[in-house]
Design a protein around this ligand. Structure first.
Ligand SMILES: [Zn+2]
Ligand SMILES: [Zn+2]
Length: 89
């Protein structure tokens, strides 16, 4: 199965140390903050990418082949994401 899609910020979130400190104490808040599918850390970035029905840090969503960051558009095949060039080659 193949799918492709435009990436966009799923939502905006306030970032920063304050949030991290809150998260350390509040299990209820931890459930609210999406986990990155790439690195398994909470995503406190201003922009959260969504691909393969999962959330990603913008720095964690990279082409499986050439490791180019996929900030704007990604192409997925199975469990992997690719840049345009590698997807179509
Ligand atoms: Zn990540
Ligand atoms: Zn690539």
């Amino acid at each position: 199965m193949e799918a492709r899609g435009d990436l966009g910020p799923a939502r905006e979130s306030a970032g920063g140390d304050l949030l991290l400190a809150l998260l350390a104490r509040r299990a209820d808040l931890r459930r609210e903050v999406p986990l990155c599918a790439g690195c398994d850390q909470h995503i406190l970035d201003r922009f959260i990418l969504k691909a393969l029905d999962r959330h990603w840090h913008s720095k964690c969503l990279k082409c499986s082949d050439c490791h180019t960051p996929l900030a704007e558009r990604c192409f997925s095949r199975g469990e992997s994401v690719y840049c345009k060039d590698d997807f179509f080659k």
